[in-house]
Design a protein around this ligand. Structure first.
Ligand code: FAD
Length: 467
C-alpha cells in the first residue's frame, strides 16, 4: 500500500494535507528564511496515531519532520526541498490530561499551546512559569524539543528544569511511556533529557508531565533607563541581592530596539524619553502582596540611583501598565521582522562577561562594516543576548544579509573566546548546523552522533537538522 493511503487510513482523509494551499503554512518558517516541500502534512489526534504514522513512514523509508506551532527561529521544523519528507504536526494533540494540585504537576499533550497551558495552571491557582513572546502559538512539544528559555529562566530555569516526565514515540514507532511525576528518581540514565533540546531528531514528543509552582500574589514591574550595559549588570546584582528568588525577570534592550518597536508597532507606548543607550525591564513576583512587591522594587531602584546604575525609571501602577511595559520587550522580534529582519545571534555568556563582549564586539563589527547597526536585547539575567545586526538608515538590510557569514564568524568567535554558547535558547536547526562543528569538540560531536545512531539508526527523524 502506498504511504499516503496508509497515512489516510491512520488519521483520516482530512488530516493528510497534500494540496499546496493547505500545506503552505507548514512549509515555511516564522522568519520566512526556509521554504520546503513535503509529501504530506499529517495531523494525528493521539499518541497511538503518532506511533502508527511513524511506523508507516519508517516502513516506507520516509523521513519525518515533527512540527508544533512553527515559531522556531532556526528552521528546525521546516522540511527540505525534496518533497519526500512527511511533516508530522502535533497541533491536534492539545489536551490537558491531568492536573495534580497536591503534587504540583500537570500532564499535557505535546500540541498544547503554551499560553493555554499557563491559563489552565492559573485556573488551578498554580503557575506554569515558561513564558516567551511566541507563547500564543508555540506548543509545549516545540518548547521541549528546543529546550526553550524565555523571560523567567533566572528564577525557574529552562524548559528542561520544568520537566518531570515525557511520553515519546521513538523512530521505531514504539511508545516510550516515561510520564513520571517524580522530583526524585535515580534509577539510571535520565532518558527524558536526551529528547529535551533534541529538535525532533531523536523521536516525537507526544506528552509531558511538568512542574507547577505557587501563583505569586503580586507582581511589580519596572522599566529603567541605564547609562551603560555595565550599569545594567550592576542593577542586576543589586536586584539579586535585595530580591533573591523574587526577581523573576531581568530583560535588557538597547534604545535602538525600543525605537524600532515604537515605530513598527503603533500600540507600543514607551513611558520614558529615549535618552539613555540601554533600558531594563525588571519584574518582582511576591507572595506577600502588592505593596511588598512594589517596596522591593523601589528599594532596588533607589539603591541603583545612589550607585549611578539607573538614570530614570517607572514602576507600573496597574496590571495594564505592566502589560504595556512587557509589550515593549515582547514586540521587539515582531518589529524587527516587520522592518525586514536582521542578522541574528542567540548567544550566552557568563553575565560578568556580557558588557565587555558587547563593547568590544560592537566596536569590531563597526570597524569592519561602516554600515552596521547593532540591535541588541535579551535576557541579561541569564547572560543571554539576542545580539542582532541591522544596518544604519540609508543602507538596505540586504547588505547585512550579504555579509551574514562574516558577521556570524566575528560574533561567534568573540563568544567562543569568552567561553560562551552560539545558541542559548533557539537551538541549531538548519541555521547553525554547518557551524556547530566549529564550536563543539570532536568528542562531543562523536557522542551526539552515537546517541543519534542509537535512537534513530536509519536517520529518518528530522534529517538535516542539528547534526
Ligand atoms: C516572537 C518570538 C519570540 C520568541 N522568543 C523566544 C524566547 O524568548 N525563548 C526561546 O527559547 N524561544 C523563543 N522563540 C522561539 C520559539 O518560539 C521556540 O523555539 C518554541 O519553543 C518553539 O515552539 P513551536 O511549537 O513553535 O516549535 P516548532 O517551531 O514547530 O518546532 C521547533 C523544533 O522542535 C521540533 N518539534 C516541535 N514539536 C515537536 C515534538 N512534539 N516532538 C519532537 N520535536 C518537535 C521541530 O522539529 C523543530 O526542530 C521565539 C520565537 C518567536 C517567533
Amino acid at each position: 500500500m502506498n504511504l499516503l493511503t496508509s497515512l489516510r487510513e491512520i488519521v483520516g482523509e482530512t488530516n493528510v494535507l497534500v494540496e499546496a494551499s493547505d500545506t503552505a503554512p507548514y512549509l515555511v518558517d516564522w522568519r520566512k528564511r526556509y521554504r520546503g516541500a513535503a509529501l504530506a502534512v499529517v495531523r494525528p489526534a493521539d499518541t497511538g496515531e503518532v506511533a502508527r504514522v511513524v511506523g508507516a513512514c519508517a516502513n516506507a523509508g520516509a523521513p519525518m519532520v515533527p512540527q508544533g506551532g512553527n515559531t522556531g527561529l532556526v528552521g528546525g521544523g521546516t522540511p527540505d526541498s525534496s518533497g519526500a519528507e512527511v511533516v508530522v504536526s502535533l497541533q491536534r494533540m492539545n489536551r490537558v490530561r491531568s492536573v495534580d494540585r497536591d503534587n504540583d504537576t500537570i500532564t499535557v499533550e505535546a500540541g498544547c499551546i503554551l499560553q493555554s497551558l499557563q491559563d489552565v495552571a492559573r485556573q488551578h491557582e498554580r503557575l506554569f512559569p515558561l513564558s516567551l513572546a511566541a507563547e500564543g502559538t508555540a506548543t509545549i512539544g516545540g518548547n521541549l524539543a528546543t529546550n526553550a528559555g524565555g523571560t523567567q529562566v533566572l528564577r525557574y530555569g529552562n524548559t528542561r528544569e520544568l520537566t518531570l516526565g515525557l511520553e515519546v514515540v521513538l523512530a521505531s514507532g514504539e511508545i516510550w511511556e516515561g510520564l513520571r511525576a517524580l522530583r526524585k528518581d535515580n534509577t539510571g540514565y535520565d532518558l527524558k533529557q536526551l529528547f529535551i533540546g533534541s529538535e525532533g531528531t531523536l523521536g516525537i514528543i507526544t506528552a509531558a508531565t511538568l512542574k507547577l509552582f505557587p501563583l505569586p500574589r503580586a507582581q511589580a514591574t519596572a522599566f529603567a533607563a541605564v547609562p551603560s550595559l555595565r550599569a545594567a549588570a550592576r542593577l542586576l546584582e543589586l536586584a539579586r541581592n535585595r530580591a533573591d528568588a523574587a526577581l523573576t525577570a531581568f530583560e535588557v534592550m538597547s534604545a535602538g530596539c525600543i525605537q524600532r518597536t515604537a515605530i513598527e508597532l503603533p500600540t507600543v507606548r514607551v513611558p520614558l524619553p529615549l535618552k539613555a543607550p540601554w533600558y531594563v525591564l525588571m519584574e518582582i513576583s511576591d507572595h506577600a502582596g502588592e505593596e511588598h512587591a512594589a517596596g522591593i522594587l523601589e528599594s532596588i531602584l533607589s539603591a541603583a540611583l545612589d550607585a549611578n546604575a539607573v538614570d530614570d525609571s517607572v514602576i507600573a501602577a496597574s496590571l495594564e501598565q505592566s502589560r504595556s511595559l512587557w509589550r515593549i520587550r515582547e514586540g521587539i522580534p515582531e518589529a524587527h521582522a516587520k522592518a525586514g529582519g536582521n542578522v541574528k545571534h542567540d548567544i550566552s555568556l557568563p553575565v560578568s562577561a556580557v558588557p565587555a563582549f558587547v563593547e568590544e564586539t560592537n566596536a569590531q563589527l563597526v570597524r569592519r562594516f561602516s554600515w552596521i547597526e547593532p540591535a541588541v536585547f535579551g535576557h541579561l539575567g541569564d547572560g543571554n543576548l539576542h545580539y542582532n545586526m541591522g544596518t544604519i538608515a540609508g543602507t538596505p538590510i540586504a547588505v547585512a544579509f550579504e555579509h551574514e557569514r562574516e558577521i556570524n564568524d566575528i560574533v561567534h568567535a568573540a563568544v567562543a573566546a569568552r567561553g560562551g554558547s552560539i545558541s542559548a535558547e533557539h537551538g541549531i536547526g538548519q541555521l547553525k548546523r554547518a557551524v556547530l562543528p566549529d564550536y563543539k569538540s570532536p568528542l562531543e560531536l562523536r557522542l551526539m552522533r552515537q546517541v543519534k545512531q542509537a535512537l534513530d539508526p536509519r536517520g529518518l527523524m528530522n534529517p538535516g537538522k542539528l547534526l
